[in-house]
Design a protein around this ligand. Structure first.
Ligand code: 5AD
Ligand code: SF4
Length: 337
C-alpha cells in the first residue's frame, strides 16, 4: 500500500482508510492546544533546526505565569487537552518547573484539561513524578525504527535502545503513549516505513504523531533543501497515515503541522486520510519564530484565535465535527485496559 503511486489507487487507499477511521474512532476531531515551552535543547539531532549545535537560533523559555495564561485560554476555548512540548532538558530545575506547570494547569481547570507531555527522554523517576502530578499522555517519537538509520541521523551519544526503553517505561507507568516517525528521511525506504508500522504494533502504541521530514538549511541535512519535493513529501506522509489507520485501527493519529507546512490544506487532507487529532499551536506569537524545527513552519504570525476559527471552518467543511470539551482519549488505550 505504501508503494502505490497511480492517482486513482492512492485516492482509493485514502478512502478505505477513512472508512476504517469511521468504523473504529468516528469522525470527531479532537484539539490539543500546543504550547512550545522552550527551544532550549541539549540534543543535537542532525535534522532539527533547534539542535544545540545551531548557533543561529535565539533561545527562549516561557515563564510559568505565561504558560498558565495560555492554558487558561485553551480551557476557555473548550479545548479538551493541551500539549506541553519543548527541547529536551534533564535537570532538577526543569523537572520541578514542569511539575509545577502540570499542577497549575490541573488547578486552573479543576482537573478538566487533559495534559500531554512531549519533553523527550527522561528517567523513570521523572516520568513518574510528572504522571503523579497529573499528566496522562506522553509523546516520544522514535523518529525511525531502523536502528542503522537512527545512528546515521543522530550523534553517537543519542541511543536508539534508550529511546525504546523510555517508551516501554512510559507505558508501564500508565501513560497513554504516543510515538511516530519522520516520513521521507534520507536513506529511508518503503520497507523501513512498513517496519515502522510493525514497530507501532509490537510496542502496542496508543497514539501516533508523524509528519514529512522537511530539511532545514542550518542543519547537517541542509544540503537536501535544493532537491526537496514538497508534493511528493505530502503524498508519502498521507499514505503513511492511511496505512497506519488501516493496520492499527483504533489508535489516535495526529494530522501534524509539518503537513500543513507543505500544503495549506495539508492537515485537512490528513484527516481525510485517516487522522483524527489536530494540535493547534497556541504558543504566543512572540516566541514562535524561535521554534523552527524545519523551514516554512506555518502560523508564525497567526494568533491562536484566528487560527482556531479558520481551522474550525475547514473541519466542518469536510463534514467532521470537533470534540470540544472532551479528552478524546485513544480508543486503543481503553481497549488495552
Ligand atoms: N522535519 C520534520 N520534522 C522534524 N522534527 C524535527 N526536525 C524535523 C524536520 N526537519 C520532528 C521530530 C521531533 C518533532 C518534535 O519534530 O520528529 O520528534
Ligand atoms: Fe532537540 Fe527534539 Fe530537535 Fe532532537 S528533534 S534536537 S531532541 S528538539
Amino acid at each position: 500500500m505504501l508503494s502505490l503511486s497511480a492517482a486513482d489507487e492512492v485516492q482509493a487507499l485514502y478512502k478505505h482508510a477513512y472508512e476504517v477511521k469511521k468504523q473504529y474512532v468516528g469522525t470527531t476531531v479532537y484539539f490539543r492546544g500546543l504550547i512550545e515551552l522552550s527551544n532550549v535543547c541539549t540534543k543535537n539531532c542532525y535534522y532539527c533546526g533547534i539542535r544545540s549545535g545551531n548557533p543561529l537560533v535565539e533561545r527562549y523559555a516561557i515563564g510559568k505565569e505565561e504558560v498558565l495564561a495560555e492554558a487558561a485560554w485553551c480551557f476557555e476555548q473548550r479545548y479538551g487537552s493541551i500539549v506541553l512540548q519543548a527541547g529536551e532538558r534533564s535537570n532538577a530545575t526543569w523537572t520541578e518547573f514542569v511539575t509545577e506547570l502540570i499542577a497549575g494547569i490541573k488547578e486552573l481547570s479543576q482537573g478538566q484539561l487533559g495534559i500531554t507531555l512531549s519533553l523527550g527522554e527522561q528517567t523513570e523517576d521523572v516520568y513518574r513524578r510528572w504522571f503523579e502530578a497529573g499528566a496522562h499522555r506522553y509523546l516520544l517519537r522514535i523518529e525511525t525504527s531502523n536502528p542503522t538509520l537512527y545512528k546515521m541521523l543522530h550523534p553517537a551519544d543519542h541511543s536508539y535502545e534508550a529511546r525504546v526503553q523510555c517508551l516501554r517505561t512510559l507505558k508501564k507507568l500508565g501513560f497513554q503513549t504516543g510515538t511516530g516517525v519522520m516520513i521521507g528521511l534520507p536513506g529511508q525506504s518503503v520497507e523501513d516505513l512498513a517496519d515502522d508500522i510493525l514497530f507501532f504494533y509490537d510496542e502496542d502504541i496508543d497514539m501516533l504523531g508523524m509528519g514529512p521530514f522537511i530539511p532545514h538549511k542550518d542543519t547537517p541535512l541542509g544540503y537536501l533543501v535544493a532537491s526537496y519535493d514538497p508534493e511528493q513529501a505530502v503524498e508519502t506522509g498521507l499514505k503513511m497515515i492511511a496505512v497506519c489507520r488501516i493496520a492499527l485501527k483504533d489508535v489516535n493519529i495526529a494530522s501534524t503541522t509539518a503537513l500543513q507546512a507543505l500544503k495549506p490544506s495539508g492537515r485537512e487532507m490528513g484527516l481525510l486520510a485517516g487522522a483524527n487529532i489536530i494540535m493547534p499551536n497556541i504558543t504566543d506569537t512572540r516566541f514562535r519564530r524561535g521554534y523552527q524545527l524545519y523551514e516554512g513552519k506555518p502560523g508564525l504570525d497567526e494568533n491562536a484565535l484566528t487560527s482556531r476559527q479558520s481551522l474550525e471552518k475547514s473541519i466542518l467543511s469536510i463534514g467532521e465535527t470537533i470534540g470540544y470539551g472532551q479528552w478524546g482519549d485513544s480508543q486503543h488505550f481503553r481497549n488495552r485496559g
